[in-house]
Write a protein that binds this ligand. Structure first.
Ligand code: SF4
Length: 392
């Protein structure tokens, strides 16, 4: 295996952080004052494992390894405590996408081939810029990069996606001269969200963006120059809790001139709602920052650290049971048995087996009404689109 998975080092100007530093160039250097805590979340570890499986399955599907090696490595990966059978079902849909794209590319150009876990160097445009392409399909017509995102947060669009564009530049840097493709395709596969998104640019469009936007902005960012600019990219900035520009932008957002009458109109409430989400996130970031620093002994005027509320708990559940059974309580009295929750059950069975065995016993009740911005993809309750959705 390539071993790139856990080595996806974070450069100052990383591709994954490119939306942030392209929008707010000095954030790249400001962030360096707030080092990463180095702790990898369990979701990131799960993502790493999923990428290892994806690499292995793709090597096998493209006949780059034989069955004994595949089986030996698969069994070793399955020993990881984060493994669950449904991971294979999700990986399978990513492999299917890559193989479909490879077959299409082969139909377009007989010489098409795939490279797996390929290091991509886009440093000619971004100082120190490199990344790893999960699957790279190369031919003399096109280069396609497929990126597996295993998280189940929000769907990420490939359209206009700067991370994918930088990867595409890296691919062009490595293979463009030899193959002279006309265009690049960038695909993001999020199997747990059933989302596949593709963008396509001509090589000329991509290199123009690189020369006019990526390169000059990266140079500013590397030098800590340019203008600070707050936006939804701030959520991924290590300076997000203490950044003055973000604070000012949010306080500005909160300013509202309310005229008579004494109660708000629906238009005004709509306006407050549209700002509330960003303000809430900012306030949470500041609170978390202050809590961590207060625990380390820092003082924030007007605030103090106290013990929060807590609930009673057993120190030893086995001892509790022994004592109660000795007092003639039965196991039925003292234990409660519950079937596994749906997500855990699906993890246990795998997605396909879950559907086969239990599909007809699962219903999805209507969700609690939620207010969301009009741009949200879900149909409005009471609309024709919503009725069609219910009918499905
Ligand atoms: S928090 Fe936002 S505005 Fe501040 S440096 Fe980071 S990205 Fe820029």
């Amino acid at each position: 295996m390539s071993g790139h998975h856990e080595l996806r080092a974070h450069a100052v100007l990383s591709a994954s952080g490119s939306k942030r530093w392209l929008s707010c160039p000095p954030s790249a250097q400001l962030e360096q004052q707030f080092p990463d805590d180095g702790k990898e979340s369990v979701f990131a570890q799960e993502g790493t494992l999923a990428h290892e499986f994806a690499e292995l399955y793709l090597l096998y599907a493209t006949h780059q390894i034989k069955a004994p090696e595949f089986n030996r490595k698969r069994k070793a990966l399955e020993k990881n405590e984060l493994f669950s059978p449904d991971m294979i079902d999700y990986i399978d849909s990513y492999i299917t996408t890559v193989m479909e794209r490879l077959n299409t590319a082969k139909a377009e150009s007989g010489d098409a081939f795939v490279m797996i876990e390929q290091k991509l160097d886009f440093s000619p445009w971004v100082p120190g810029g490199f990344g790893t392409g999960d699957a790279l399909i190369i031919s003399d017509k096109a280069i396609e990069i497929c990126d597996l995102k295993y998280g189940k947060g929000v769907p990420v669009s490939a359209v206009g996606n700067t991370q994918m564009r930088l990867y595409a530049l890296g691919a062009l840097n490595g293979y463009g001269v030899l193959y002279e493709p006309d265009h690049v395709r960038m695909t993001i596969v999020q199997p747990r969200l059933d989302s596949i998104s593709t963008d396509q640019l001509t090589v000329e469009e991509l290199t123009r963006w690189a020369a006019e936007v990526a390169k000059p902005t990266a140079e500013k960012a590397a030098a800590g120059k340019g203008e600070y600019k707050a936006g939804d990219w701030c959520r991924f900035c290590r300076a997000k809790a203490v950044c003055r520009v973000r604070a000012e932008a949010n306080l500005e957002l909160a300013k509202k001139e309310f005229a008579d009458p004494p109660t708000l109109s629906n238009e005004e409430i709509g306006d407050v709602l549209s700002k509330a989400d960003e303000l809430r996130k900012w306030a949470e970031d500041v609170e978390n920052y202050a809590l961590v620093h207060a625990e380390n002994g820092e003082k924030f005027p007007g605030w103090k650290l106290v013990e929060g509320r807590s609930n009673r708990k057993y120190t030893d559940e086995d001892q509790v049971a022994v004592r109660l059974i000795a007092e003639e309580y039965t196991e039925d009295d003292i234990y409660q048995k519950k079937i596994l929750a749906i997500t855990k059950m699906q993890k246990l069975l795998g997605k396909k087996r879950f559907e086969t065995l239990l599909g007809d016993l699962i219903v999805k009740p209507a969700g609690k009404p939620t207010l969301v911005p009009e741009s949200d993809k879900r149909p409005e309750i009471g609309s024709t689109a919503s009725a069609a959705e219910d009918f499905k």
